[in-house]
Design a protein around this ligand. Structure first.
Ligand code: MLT
Length: 392
């Protein structure tokens, strides 16, 4: 037996596992301290009523012979695919039902999709970015090339930032970006689409944070851009949109214009995936109802208020930062030129506030730090008071 030696090329543990371990150690050693977690982007508000009601009804159906369901379609039930299709229509994007695949969240599919691509593809990933893109390619033995996202390009690298020697085959884009909160406008995304079409590359577009976009002119889906259906796969999730981080449901769009990829994804999913539970899919369907949209809108507004408070506090403290406007994440420069992990320890030890070190998202994240607005209002307020005590 030979193991997959590519795992030796990974960091020892996944970014958010490392953070959780450090925080748990701190809590064990300092049980009297109240730690406030603004690290991993995990939601804190409960699921909204419409979703809960729909799931209750689905639970009852499962207990009755005539409405009980066993294996569901691997690609998702049509009722949910229709609901997703209706959501895209609101952004003037027409999808066919069998271009929509219900998933257990964007993270899994962002990794799983790599089953469809040959090993020798050149992968282009912005730095800093969500570590899953890099790690899953390393696991598969693929070499990853980076494109710098930095202050100069406002953390939105464009095709002109690509190293001249690189011809990308697989391009990752995350907009609104995790971790920086930067969002591409339509013109900027069009450049990426044109590049991908010219190179015959595929864009893997992560739109997990689209619901935080508050400017109607900014694209919520890459398919708002002409030509995108010929070169892009989109991954979205209800985790941040509707508080499904623990409930697990998302969707992936594989357009038929991408040739064999749509059929290959069906083949892959039917072989390796048994679909999302019926009860969860009924809850997800309710997210897209009129009432559901209203209720999740209120939750998103709550988190945005937190983001505003964080942003105002950082401004007060003279700490450089971006994001938080069309995104739940605030990206800041570590005060006093501290390194990312140094600041992580400093903040944990002196304010008992947990954030995410920018360096965990790539080399360009060094010296930066990410805070999330997904905490409760009370905790966010308290964390910001602690910031003021330390830095004002
Ligand atoms: C994050 O904090 O970056 C996200 O919560 C991670 C994820 O969505 O998997």
């Amino acid at each position: 037996m030979n193991i997959n030696a590519n795992y030796d090329n990974l960091e020892q543990s996944y970014l958010f596992s490392t953070i959780a371990k450090k925080v748990n150690e701190y809590i064990n050693n300092n049980p009297e301290k109240k730690v406030i977690r603004l690290g991993i982007g995990d939601v804190t508000l409960p699921l909204c009523k419409t979703v809960i009601d729909a799931m209750h009804r689905a639970v009852d159906e499962m207990g009755i012979q005539s409405t009980f369901r066993g294996y569901g379609p691997e690609q998702g039930y049509d009722f949910l695919r229709e609901a997703v299709r209706g959501y895209y229509r609101k952004h003037n994007v027409d999808l066919e039902l069998d271009e929509i695949f219900i998933s257990d969240g964007a993270k899994s599919d962002l990794g799983n999709i790599l089953d469809l691509f040959a090993k020798d593809n050149v992968v282009l990933v912005p730095d800093p970015v969500y570590p899953v893109y890099v790690d899953t390619n390393i696991m598969a033995g693929r070499e990853v090339k980076f494109i710098d996202a930095n202050g100069e390009n406002e953390f939105l690298p464009g095709v002109n930032n690509i190293d001249k020697n690189i011809k990308a085959d697989i391009i990752y884009i995350c907009s609104p970006n995790n971790p920086t909160g930067a969002v591409y406008n339509k013109e900027q995304l069009k450049e990426w689409v044109d590049y991908a079409l010219a190179q015959k590359a595929v864009i893997l577009f992560d739109s997990a944070y689209e619901c935080f976009i508050s400017d109607e002119k900014l694209p919520r889906t890459i398919y708002e851009i002409e030509g995108a259906k010929d070169c892009a796969i989109e991954f979205c999730s209800l985790s941040k949109t509707a508080g499904f981080t623990g409930t697990r449901c998302g969707y992936t769009i594989v357009p038929k214009n991408l040739g064999k990829l749509n059929k290959m994804w069906v083949r892959r999913q039917t072989t390796k995936f048994n679909g999302v539970p019926y009860i969860v899919q009924r809850g997800a369907e309710a997210v897209f109802s009129e009432e559901g949209q209203k209720e999740i809108g209120e939750n998103i507004a709550y988190y945005k208020e937190n983001a505003k408070l964080i942003s105002e506090t950082l401004k007060d403290c003279g700490i450089w930062h971006v994001g938080g406007k069309h995104s739940p994440y605030i990206w800041l420069k570590c005060p006093n030129d501290m390194k990312s992990w140094e600041f992580f320890d400093y903040l944990l030890n002196n304010a008992q506030v947990v954030g995410t070190p920018g360096a965990g998202f790539g080399k360009n994240g060094e010296g930066y730090f990410r805070l999330t607005s997904f905490g409760s209002k009370e905790n966010t307020k308290e964390a910001m008071e602690r910031f003021k005590r330390l830095f004002k």
